[in-house]
Write a protein that binds this ligand. Structure first.
Ligand code: GLV
Ligand code: GLV
Length: 324
């Protein structure tokens, strides 16, 4: 039997690649960097299937260049890099990797939350520089967590997991979502509130909405002004959900107490001034970077692609209407 011809736009953990290699010839971008647009267009040509990353823009042009392709499996849960409409118009399946990175991402949100509340990065710098003068009663006084109010913006899989992990800290949990989250309401007594109420009441605001036209710049100067001056903003979702330049301004003027970010509006760049601020924690988009999570993403992407290659509906199909 002829083997399928599959391309992977950058090296991913081996687990999924092993699965693919049973029935496919697998070629992988040999460079440890994202493909340029030109390289992407060149390398999708003549493939039966592609595993794409969140750094690859998969639009109509890529789909048409990859003439005869059976689908694209995105190695990410977020899929704002995929033009779903364009794929649906071409009857091409797309998939993502939900579920396997939920806990890792929620854990990262907590990592960031504590790091920013307790000035971990600034205080770590002093230790590394060898300039710590010794214990001091006024050094690095941070925000309390236990008993405070946690605001979850977007109570989907990851937002729910993050909220459930607050149990040990006896937090009051508020959330926004289109639908009521019965798990959060039952387990935590969480309350579904308006975005405005969440902003006004929360000591920690954690962002878990996907990037869509309606969530782009959801957080802006107006919104920061509605938050408590003692509040912290945590973002493990997508950078453009926050107007980053306006966030820098708000942090400079202490409109809010701090921000902890894993994602950026113009990745891999940061807007001017962000990296100079002491009241931010900045991580390089590593929320899903745990062994089990990344292995799980690799297997999910492979299984989705294998289904597409066989002409079957992939388990995590983003445009199931093409099969109707
Ligand atoms: C990571 O950002 C993902 O969407 O998987
Ligand atoms: C702090 O180290 C304390 O003992 O209070």
């Amino acid at each position: 039997m002829k083997k399928f011809n599959v391309y992977v736009t950058r090296l991913i953990p081996v687990e999924g690649l092993t699965l693919l290699r049973e029935t496919c010839n697998v070629e992988i971008n040999p460079e440890d960097r994202p493909l340029s647009r030109e390289e992407l267009l060149k390398n999708v040509k003549g493939r039966d299937g592609v595993i794409s990353l969140l750094t690859d823009r998969i639009d109509g042009e890529v789909m048409d260049t990859a003439k005869g392709i059976r689908g694209f499996a995105n190695y990410a849960v977020g899929f704002d890099n995929l033009d779903v409409k364009a794929a649906t118009a071409r009857k091409l399946p797309l998939s993502n990797t939900p579920g396997v990175l939920t806990l890792a991402t929620a854990e990262m949100a907590w990592t960031l939350l504590f790091a920013v509340a307790r000035h971990l990065i600034e205080s770590e710098k002093i230790m590394r520089s060898g300039t710590w003068p010794g214990w001091g009663p006024m050094q690095f006084i941070g925000g309390d967590v236990t008993g405070k109010t946690l605001g979850i913006v977007g109570a989907g899989r990851i937002g729910t997991a993050m909220a459930l992990m607050s149990k040990g800290f006896a937090m009051k949990v508020l959330y926004t979502d289109e639908v009521a989250n019965t798990v959060l309401e039952k387990e935590l007594g969480a309350k579904k509130v308006s975005f405005e109420e969440l902003l006004r009441e929360s000591d920690f605001v954690s962002v878990h909405v996907p990037l869509m036209p309606s969530t782009r710049h959801l957080f802006n100067a107006k919104v920061f002004a509605m938050m408590k001056p003692s509040a912290y903003l945590i973002n493990t979702a997508r950078g453009p959900v926050i107007n980053e330049a306006e966030l820098v301004e708000a942090l400079r003027k202490n409109v809010i107490a701090g921000a902890a970010l894993d994602v950026y509006e113009f990745e891999p760049k940061m807007v001017a001034g962000l990296a100079e601020l002491a009241n931010v924690v900045i991580a390089p988009h590593t929320a899903s970077a745990t062994k089990s999570s990344r292995a799980g993403m690799s297997v999910k992407a492979a299984k989705n692609l294998l289904a597409m290659l066989k002409g079957e509906r992939p388990p995590d199909c983003l445009n199931p209407e093409i099969y109707e």
